[in-house]
Design a protein around this ligand. Sequence first.
Ligand SMILES: NC(=O)c1ccc[n+]([C@@H]2O[C@H](COP(=O)([O-])OP(=O)(O)OC[C@H]3O[C@@H](n4cnc5c(N)ncnc54)[C@H](OP(=O)(O)O)[C@@H]3O)[C@@H](O)[C@H]2O)c1
Length: 277
Amino acid sequence: MLIDGKGISQKRLAALRADIAESGLTPCLATVIVGNDPASQMYVRMKHKACQDVGVTSVGVELGEDVSTEEVVAAVARLNDDPAVHGILVQLPLPGHIDTEAVIEAVSPAKDVDGFHPENIGALFSGRPRFVPCTPGGIMTLLAEYAIPTSGASAVVLGRSVDVGRPMAALLINADATVTVCHSRTRNLEDEIRKADILVSAIGKARFVTKEMVRPGAVVIDVGINYDEDGKLCGDVDFDGVAEVASAITPVPGGVGPMTIATLMENTFAAAKRQIC
Ligand SMILES: NC(=O)c1ccc[n+]([C@@H]2O[C@H](COP(=O)([O-])OP(=O)(O)OC[C@H]3O[C@@H](n4cnc5c(N)ncnc54)[C@H](OP(=O)(O)O)[C@@H]3O)[C@@H](O)[C@H]2O)c1
């Protein structure tokens, strides 16, 4: 079974558009981008476009490559203080000289629609999530939409990043899965992967996960966005081979990516409701 993230995201965004219209609220997302990285600029444009499609207003703060951490923190503080802004997204990665942690911690937890603030990460890990990071949040939505059972399932998460691997593990624990988190120091990685009923790969290595590593019948969720030697976009999973043994699998593109943006929009509406209502 192909897990159609694009289709599900369109369905969720249409429902959200209706909910926002019915609420009479005008949620507002502010994005902050530092420097001229083309990929970051493209992601920010996609987020503004999604806002427009669902009835969320958006403002963009663009800062030069050579700003200081203090200047980025000050820009975030102005957005925290602006009652017309309900959600704040700082596009990552920031240039190397910026203290990313300081910037993330500067975002008001009430407006932290990316869910990266330590207070929101802590709430998630304590089993009482408020804002859930958008990529793992979108993956949980996909599992729910396809009625894939998590309770008691053996889930393996490849990658332990703060934006994907760790919150993914927390969400799966909260959903009663038995979770193993693997990373670059994991011993016998293939044996660990083979234990998965649900495999989520977020390592950023083109077609790393092959058919031989996957337990027949497993559900395979591919977060990776990579380019192979021919410059072709691909995930962490060797899709053609793994699709032969998996019971369900996400494609790249058209799987997890669109769900990330849909979840950002849902988080922004939730933030607006909490702040206004
Ligand atoms: N679709 C989306 O919306 C979306 C959103 C976010 C990210 N992504 C994509 O997802 C991928 C991961 O992103 P990220 O931000 O989590 O990356 P990251 O911060 O670079 O983390 C990668 C993780 O993978 C682990 N890893 C790397 N090579 C490994 C190997 N050979 N075996 C086992 N573990 C290995 C690393 O282990 P160590 O911790 O030991 O270094 C690290 O924990 C990237 O391709 C990114 O573009 C997609």
